[in-house]
Design a protein. Sequence first.
Length: 423
Amino acid sequence: MKRTHIVPHKPAQRGQSLVEVALFFPIFIIMLAGVVEISNIIITQNRVSSATRAGARFGADGGENEGIKNVVLNTVTQTLELDQEFWDVWVVRGTVNSDGNAIDSWEFSHVYGISNTQQFDTVDEAAIQQEVLEQLQRDELGNQQAGIAADIEFVGAYAMHDIDSILGLNALPQFANITSVKELTVMRVLGFGLNATDGCDGFPIVVEEGQRSVTEALYNAVVVGSPNFYPQPAPAYVTFYNHRPDKPFSQAHEGDIYLVQNGGGGGGFGWLVWNQYINASSDILENSLTWPGNSKDYTTVATSGQNPPNPPFPHKVYGYIDYNDPWDTSMNIGDWVMSDTGAVNSAGVRNVLQGHIDSGRQLRLILYNNFTGTGSNARYQISGFAIFRLLGFQLSANGQQGSFILAEFIRWDDSCGQTVTGP
């Protein structure tokens, strides 16, 4: 019979094993923390890069410096610390000479932060200017060609952000370049020679011009905790970092938040249908709300309503027609636009609104100062146009009274729809 002998470990051997384990675990934890630290730095760099791209794109579309700053920060609102202590953001603007080998005009504006980021003192404006020029000279294959940058106007965003280090490296000056990320993005500004008196297109939401930006008390009373509000949960009031409460539209700045109740013409906001010949319905509203909108669609044959005057229209259309002049399809200040007073709360309408919110899309909405008529003849008089970002909404049973929208003011839009003044 085979016997198994168990050899007992000596106390010294057991002690050595415990020492090895005691030494291994701290090293393992540090290695694990290092992997997480590197991952955190890479993720943060990508987020800052996305933010500067979004800001530069907004500027290339005509956005002002304040709006570029807002877009940069809005892009990372839910993912990064927004305190000014951890950020420095600049807007760059300028033009390139006719040879494409030098910058003619240059603007480098500090728009956010308190000059406290770890790499702030290393900012070299001349080097950044050179980097901008090199980006503009680079083609899609990565080759440098001065000619492709000739005579262009550019705008961009340059951002620095300090990372909250897991290992506490940001407390050590020698690790400043590791725990502080930076990114520069520039884009060409394309000029289209817009005529400001051309009619605007837009989305079928009209807002009374006397609205005031939402206060914290009103926001908490109406939005927070409401089970029918989208999105859920509602954004916390404190996340609207650039918002100023109780400001009228006439004093609105980019970042101000407006909670607008549906007023049915008595104030607040209303839904629109683009001409008086269409039978308003939730399907019509859904189509008009769907990007990029149909306020200038005179080709598609509308599926309901009555035929408009022929000429100029050989069939029913979805596009805008002035209430008083069927030949006027240019939506300008002073014109009248029809109210959609029917039931509009449908799954399709809600889905389209949710899509605008989830994508952070900016929409041109209409402002009004006068309202007249009832039922299918109710209409609003246009007093202006503005760009908003829809942040949330709640629809009542029929989508009319009791409904409200939450929208961020971006900027006034006087690029179209203006009236000719003077002789």
